[in-house]
Design a protein around this ligand. Structure first.
Ligand SMILES: C[S@@+](CC[C@H](N)C(=O)[O-])C[C@H]1O[C@@H](n2cnc3c(N)ncnc32)[C@H](O)[C@@H]1O
Length: 190
């Protein structure tokens, strides 16, 4: 069932463009679930680049990828995603099929280590540069935690202002979820 969880829904959308050989970026690897998904979809001929500022997240992701026997198509950087243009090799710029952001804090970890709007916007800008035509940038946004509302507004304002002739932006939201909403933005590069 794809629609009981907004991330599963997002992955079903991304499967429209993912195929063996795809080039992917997981901008916030966290516990590694999204990285495993991307590695699996990209297969042994594809590449996945992951980022996280927490060493614990990088180790956890690498362990999960190894345990789940994913193809060795991945490189995880212990670095902020704002370094994306520098760290994703130039040969892949303009060839990236999917970039995923899962904002906020790492579940089960220190809730004060969060993504922040300034670096998130820098990384979103870099993502739009390295995406291939037809590629999708997918951003899961969580409001409600300290810093979350500001980031939610900043990211949506940024995407709202993208040139319609160059990008198309679709927003999905689980509107009957109690408490704070989870929003998903899909930005397609034309
Ligand atoms: C919601 S979690 C990601 C969940 C993950 N995608 C998964 O499948 O488990 C957000 C992650 O973003 C990381 N983060 C915060 N600031 C970052 C930055 N500037 N660059 C990269 N990662 C960052 C946090 O350390 C945290 O692990």
């Amino acid at each position: 069932m794809i629609s009981n969880n907004i991330l599963s829904f997002a992955k079903s959308v991304l499967c429209e463009v993912l195929q063996p050989g795809s080039i992917c970026v997981d901008a916030t690897v966290g516990n590694g679930y999204d990285t495993v998904f991307l590695s699996d979809q990209a297969g042994s001929t594809g590449r996945v680049f992951g980022f996280d500022i927490q060493e614990e997240a990088v180790k956890q992701t690498e362990q999960r990828l190894n345990e789940e026997c994913q193809p060795e198509n991945w490189t995880i950087f212990h670095s902020g995603h704002e370094k994306m243009l520098e760290l994703v090799p130039a040969e892949f710029h303009g060839r990236v099929n999917v970039v995923m952001f899962n904002l906020g804090f790492l579940p089960g970890s220190d809730k004060t280590i969060i993504t922040k709007s300034e670096t998130t916007l820098e990384a979103i800008n870099a993502s739009l540069e390295i995406l291939a035509k037809g590629g999708i940038l997918c951003i899961a946004i969580y409001a409600g935690h300290p810093g979350g509302d500001e980031e939610d507004i900043a990211v949506r304002e940024y995407c709202n202002a993208l040139d319609y002739n160059a990008f198309r932006v679709i927003q999905s939201e689980m509107i009957n979820k109690p408490g704070y909403p989870i929003r998903m933005l899909f930005v397609t590069k034309l």
